[in-house]
Design a protein around this ligand. Structure first.
Ligand code: BJW
Length: 252
């Protein structure tokens, strides 16, 4: 679908000195990585998050959880950044400050060349131990036992991602809040906007005076929630379409 960019938004983008971008699984969909909540291919449509993405799930069946993440790590390792990731990386050449806040754990923004990436939900390619969060180089972990054990304390290793009910990495979340509070424009790309606390960041940006641009082929709750507050979201743009098509058009 061809999406035309409103003229006044082009002007706002041209004048912006600080652009912050909040991304979700949708930006990596065009790289072949499944989203979580797509009605047919979404991970949470095919798998139960309570059996795979909570501490309790890992305690019940660590091998199953470890193997599921191993498969996803292998899939992410073979995926390539797409036109959406590349357009955001290219934006750094034109804009004074570009900060990416991503909920994704696939590392594709960094591989596309973005230099300032805040990973709110961790990274598939890092491990830490279950008991004490000791960071561990996955290569030094013996694969004789699945999951492997932490060389320091002997507890199981787990992926360094944020499961439901866990706190986000404190410093990263703080930096994300700063980035949202200080930006001229927040682009919200490929996220359903239902998982907290990331889902609140666009509201925070709007309250702080930023222009917020939602890029998604589907409607997301953000627009509806804003009108429920009784506010006229005059600085909220809703661009319906794929990230890999809209983002290159925004940068050009
Ligand atoms: C395209 C596209 C294309 C398709 N181009 N777009 C307050 C109220 C209610 C609940 C809570 C609350 N605070 C905390 C909670 C609980 C919970 C939560 O939010 N639950 C909700 C489901 C209600 N949050 C937490 O537990 C968080 N921790 C926390 O808040 O700690 C404090 C606390 C603890 C205990 C109690 C209370 C407070 C942690 C959240 C961790 C989320 N973890 C996961 C898994 C990460 C590891 C892994 O990858 O396995 O993170 S869940 C999953 O959802 C993953 C994602 O990062 C996250 C968001 O998903 P995302 O990226 O939005 O993907 P989708 O699939 O939902 O959407 C994709 C979108 O792309 C769609 O809109 C498509 O249309 C679009 N799209 N193709 C552009 N080509």
């Amino acid at each position: 679908m061809e999406q035309s960019i409103p003229h006044e938004l082009c002007q706002v983008l041209r004048q912006a000195r600080r652009i912050t971008v909040l991304t979700g699984a949708g930006i990596s969909a065009e790289s072949g990585i499944p989203t979580f909540r797509d009605a047919t291919s979404g991970l949470w449509t095919r798998f139960n998050p309570e059996e795979l993405a909570t501490r309790e799930a890992f305690e019940r069946n660590p091998r199953r959880v470890w193997e599921w993440y191993t498969e996803r790590r292998q899939q992410a390792a073979t995926a390539q950044p797409n036109a959406g990731h590349r357009a955001l990386a290219a934006m750094e050449h034109y804009v004074e400050e570009v900060i990416i806040i991503t909920q994704n754990v696939d590392g594709l923004h960094q591989r596309a060349g973005s230099s300032r990436v805040l990973e709110l939900h961790g990274n598939l390619f890092r491990t830490k131990c279950f008991a004490q969060d000791h960071p561990t180089d996955p290569d030094i972990a013996s694969e004789e036992e699945i999951p492997p054990r932490c060389p320091r304390c002997g507890s199981y290793l787990r992926p360094d991602v944020v499961w439901f009910g866990e706190l986000l990495p404190e410093r990263t979340y703080y930096q994300a809040l700063q980035a949202v509070l200080s930006c001229d424009v927040l682009l919200v790309v490929g996220t359903s906007g239902i998982v907290e606390p990331a889902a609140s960041l666009p509201h925070t940006a709007l309250r702080a005076g930023a222009t917020v641009v939602v890029i998604n082929p589907e409607a997301t709750p953000l627009l509806q929630e804003e009108s429920n507050y009784g506010l006229k979201p005059s600085r909220l743009y809703d661009l319906r379409g794929k990230a890999g098509e809209i983002l290159p058009a925004l940068v050009s």
